[in-house]
Design a protein around this ligand. Sequence first.
Ligand code: BEZ
Length: 213
Amino acid sequence: MATLRLGDIAPDFTQESSQGPIRFHEWAGDSWVILFSHPADFTPVCTTELGRTAALGGEFARRGVKPIAISVDPVDKHQQWIADINETQNTTVNFPILADADRKVSELYDLIHPNASATATVRSVFFIDPKKTVRATLTYPASTGRNFDELLRVVDSLQLTDSHKVATPADWKDGDDVVIVPSLQDPAELKERFPKGWNAVRPYLRVTPQPNK
Ligand code: BEZ
């Protein structure tokens, strides 16, 4: 399968998981989804990552996001590992972990990078919107744990763009100024959407307060 690109439809699949068989598109429903792979169960960085995801459950839910993890380990190993994550990370893993022992999903989502490892999945993340469109991706090596606050920040940025036609500048965090998307040029719509106005540093660089604050 060719590499998934932004704007592609996230491939549908049916696969076993720690919460039983999952038909992906049906499971996702009308939610956003963060599908993220980890190299292997019972490894240190992965244990902290899944613990952190569980701890942030309220933050994902508040944004309408369902997390789902995946590795090529089998269901029984996931079950044993979940108990370990809960104990060592002082949390409750209540999202599914796909058991992709036959690599069906790993191949669909290009999660095994043979020049990094012939057997383990890399640390990829797919941000998938309610229309099942891949909106953002990232990939880290096994040795680098992901920043889960950054995943939430990306979701916030994507959702702000959808709802308010703004983009988020470098190092933006929730509450900071944003920029009006270049495609929005209609004066009436600009006035309606941005009643507080904007600072046109350049015609293409229109800075405005975050509209939903
Ligand atoms: C880890 O999760 O700690 C890990 C997994 C595979 C390779 C290196 C580190």
